[in-house]
Ligand binder design. Structure first.
Ligand code: NAD
Length: 434
């Protein structure tokens, strides 16, 4: 099959914002897999097979057999963080992985030393690190980040770069039409040092795009979920993706809610609660930071079980999400879901799901997939919001100024992902049942 995707030649720089639990687990896994010492379980780009062709011609191929993908060996990591620890020290400190799974790649991890962060304590009050840039204003912050990206590219001889935000969740920045709707207004606000409306994450995103790198938002921050950044992505012809990795509870929710919806059962309420004890949990214990997460987590059900479409079944269901910081569990999060449904003649029933998960173990393969697929999208000449990456995200970006509705249904998202791979590979998108 012929396709117009540029080959994945040379090295791929993966610059992560935040060298914490998720990213050190991601890096360690990639480096261990490269040595044949671990398997990248959960990564679609490494395992999934997509059917191409129909009838007698059909075959099931891995992504790299359909489109040119960067290989794990091509990746060069870099990072920014508020704390100065290198990736080895941070991985040990986070205690997600056992020492025996980190030590074989100690040398490589030690070389990943975080650059000074573009940080403002007002956006994450609970962080105390001092590996922070000294910036005159938000525009200067952006300029310094651009310089970091250029230097990283030069020093490491990488051909392409992807920037992935997996730093702490910032406080909620409501979309402000006067600041966030056009690129000109956004740039003016950066230059005027509008520290309330311009989050540091926006400086990272702007810098990435300005330096020719796709940007992925793994936290629920509104960073690239604003028309000004869509304009920037259009201007630079680069992909953007976000927001918020869909890892544990929301993965379950977006896979389970379709059971209720496709069987036309009713929903009275869905109460989701979490306990976790890592630094992410600590930051999310701050109400303003939790608000960002809450908005993201709440959006999932509304587009799967839609009240307007089935008023008898889904009007006024009570949907609540809580996260509580509970140190003893560290990264091993417990996500409980209590679901009150009703059936024939309105008779109530309950479903309880208790997911004893590992936050960073679930997020690491998503980092890899989002990075590799964003790089693919860039080489395929795709720019702007990448809908096909919604599969990996809790609160997929969509053009809310035009009333567009996001797709949250896990299996619809999977169909969109597969069709994008087919199309980029020069095959026809289709609706066949595999
Ligand atoms: N693990 C999951 O399942 C999951 C799911 C969805 C989203 N997320 C999000 O991913 C992010 C990372 O999670 P984690 O568990 O690795 O958290 P973490 O606290 O271990 O790591 C985040 C790191 O980001 C750094 N940081 C904060 N602000 C920064 C800035 N402006 N510049 C550079 N570095 C900065 C912190 O110092 C910290 O080391 C969080 O926002 C979290 O909400 C995680």
């Amino acid at each position: 099959m012929s396709n117009n995707v540029k080959k994945a030649e040379g090295k791929l720089g993966v610059l992560v914002v935040g060298l914490g639990a998720v990213t050190t687990t991601f890096m360690t896994g990639v480096l261990m897999a490269r040595k044949g010492l671990a398997k990248p379980v959960g990564a679609m780009t490494q395992y999934d097979k997509v059917r191409v062709g129909k009838g007698a011609d059909k075959k099931y191929l891995k992504y790299d057999e359909i489109v040119p993908m960067a290989k794990l060996d091509d990746i060069v990591f870099g990072a920014w963080d508020v704390y100065p620890e290198n990736a080895f020290e941070s991985a040990m400190h986070c205690q997600v992985l056992k020492e025996k799974d980190i030590l074989p790649v100690k040398d490589e991890l030690e070389k990943i030393v975080p650059m000074k962060a573009a940080f403002d304590k007002n956006f994450a009050k609970r962080l105390e690190g001092n590996n922070v840039k000294d910036c005159k204003d938000r525009w200067d912050m952006t300029e310094q980040l651009r310089e970091d990206i250029r230097n990283f590219k030069k020093e490491n001889g990488v051909d392409r770069i992807v920037v992935l935000w997996s730093a702490s969740t910032e406080v909620y920045v409501p979309v402000n039409e006067k600041i966030h709707y056009t690129l000109a207004d956004l740039e003016a606000a950066m230059k005027a040092n509008d520290v309330e409306n311009i989050a540091p994450s926006m400086c990272y995103a702007y810098a990435a795009l300005a330096e020719g790198a796709p940007f992925i938002m793994g936290a629920p921050n509104t960073t690239v979920d604003i028309p000004a950044m869509w304009e920037m992505a259009e201007k630079t012809k680069l992909p953007i993706a976000g927001k918020d990795f869909k890892t544990g509870q929301t993965l379950v929710k977006s896979g389970f809610a379709p059971i209720i919806g496709t069987r036309c059962l009713g929903l009275a309420g869905w109460f989701s609660t979490n306990i976790l004890g890592n630094r992410d949990g600590l930051v999310l214990d701050e109400p303003a930071n939790f608000r960002t997460k809450e908005v993201s987590k709440l959006s999932t059900l509304e587009s799967i079980l839609v009240p307007e479409e089935q008023p008898d079944l889904y009007t006024d269901y009570y949907h609540k999400v809580r996260i509580n910081y509970y140190p003893p569990r560290n990264d091993n999060k417990e996500g409980w879901d209590n679901i009150d449904i009703f059936g024939w003649m309105g008779y109530p029933m309950q479903i309880k799901i208790d997911f004893l998960c590992r936050d960073s173990i679930l997020a690491a393969p998503l980092c890899l997939d989002l990075v590799l697929l964003s790089d693919l999208a860039a080489r395929a000449g795709r720019w702007g919001t990448q809908r096909f990456l919604s599969f990996f995200l809790k609160s997929p970006m969509h053009d809310y100024t035009k009333g567009e509705v996001p797709v949250n249904h896990l299996f619809q998202q999977y169909a969109i992902l597969k069709n994008a791979i087919r199309e980029m590979g020069g095959y026809e998108a289709d609706q066949e049942i595999d």
